[in-house]
Design a protein around this ligand. Sequence first.
Ligand code: ADP
Ligand code: MG
Length: 270
Amino acid sequence: MTPDAGFSETPLPPTSPTILHVEGLCKSFGGRTIIKDVSFNIQEGEFVAVLGPSGAGKTTLFRCMASLIAPSQGRVVVFDTCPRDIKTRKRRQIAVVFQQFNLIGRRSALGNVLAGRLGYVPAWRGLTGHFSRDDRLWALQCLDRVGLLAHSERRADTLSGGQQQRVAIARAIAQRPAIVLADEPVASLDPQTGRSVLDLLRGICENERVAVVCSLHQVHLARAYADRVIGLANGNVVTDVRVAAFDKTSFNRIYGDASGGDLGSVDFAE
Ligand SMILES: Nc1ncnc2c1ncn2[C@@H]1O[C@H](COP(=O)(O)OP(=O)(O)O)[C@@H](O)[C@H]1O
Ligand SMILES: [Mg+2]
């Protein structure tokens, strides 16, 4: 079966409220369609892995979901509102974690986490760095949560990659979001550090019922951390299954029979 041929696997019926609704999403650049009529819902407290080969359109999909770019067709709805139609203040319900951390290098870890409070404070206060005592205490708690309280005053660019990604997660938590969108958050980290970052994301998903959508390169990590796997190939959703149902067929739909995704130590039951 080619990746474009559709799929028959049906996700289980939703049991929790829908946080993010993607409907008929298409995105083209210069006449080339990268995302092709993609639709799915993300439920509260769900950890969804997005798998797909390089160039499948994962980052483009994430940028549309985070409303960093506008869809060419279709829409993204968070709760009942299209994020692009609402003020920045409301966009705080979506937090984004990037592969390259995207911290302000010359600012302290605490200063970066406080940036996660920008949706909550008047713009002039954010720009001048005047955050309330409560905001600062909350940011420190978020740093504590990711194990970096002792480093709160360190410049971000003096931290290791794993520490920087943990600051980025603390910044995301500080937003008190309903959903965290993490585009290949462990691709720049060694395997052990990557796992500690995924442990954190899994923790906020379970403890705060935050939905996490996380693109990954390694299938074995998706199987270890996710509740559900959405497979993207050539801009199409080619599989969308509970993780227990993710099998060789799902794998082949995403990566093709011949080519590799990184299976890691995964063995599929035959
Ligand atoms: N801003 C852009 N302009 C033109 N083409 C783009 C742009 N962003 C992404 N693409 C193209 O879209 C395709 C999918 O890219 P991307 O979403 O980054 O995939 P992935 O994250 O799965 O590797 C690639 O062929 C890429 O070159
Ligand atoms: Mg990408």
